[in-house]
Design a protein around this ligand. Sequence first.
Ligand code: HEC
Length: 199
Amino acid sequence: MKWLTKSIVCGVCLISVSVLASNGETANTVTPDSTDIEKGQHLFRTAGGYGCSTCHGLYAQGGGNAGGNIRGKGLEALNLILEKEPTMVLLGPTLSADDRRRLSIYVTELGKLNLIEWTIENGVIHQNGNIVAHKSNQLVILNKTFNFIEFNFPKVISQTTVTINPYETLAFQWHADDKPLDLKQPNYDVKMQTINELK
Ligand code: HEC
């Protein structure tokens, strides 16, 4: 019996070593399951009935809310804060181990994107962050006005024309080259600088 347990343990070791060696990746760089990311996003928006997004922004970017930007935070940080943070402890018992794992996968994935934020308020776009060349970028736009705002984006962004409703948050993702993005809108003239990431 002892021998059998040992050989099973060893068999598991060999398999995991060969998997790591064959694709040359460590567990951290493996792309997570897309269903985990989707379920994580759903939970992020609905947990406890109001979602993490109420306090951390729709894309975990903070967006001026109490909890701030948590992009890139992992499972350990989540488990710790669920016991510590008075505003979050109520959520703790509602989240299973699997829920927490998926939430942290989603937040970790968002952390891989370079964040650029636009907050539209009083006729001005406040920009936070620049485009980083040769990287996946995410532009998160928060329309803090009572107007519908139409944007014509250049072809690089997935949708070229979008309308952002009053008090809506929208996000766009694209892989940037090193050219600046020049956006001419009827009401807003925005030039987004592209920078090369500092090594
Ligand atoms: C009622 C508001 C509120 C809600 C809802 C909320 N949080 Fe938080 N969260 C906070 C506050 C406040 C902090 C602490 C911010 C600080 O200390 O700067 C925080 C911090 C965090 C941190 C940061 C831990 C660290 O190491 O910095 C993580 C991760 C986090 N929350 C994840 C979540 C997730 C996931 C959810 C949804 C299940 C959630 N939060 C829902 C208010 C909230």
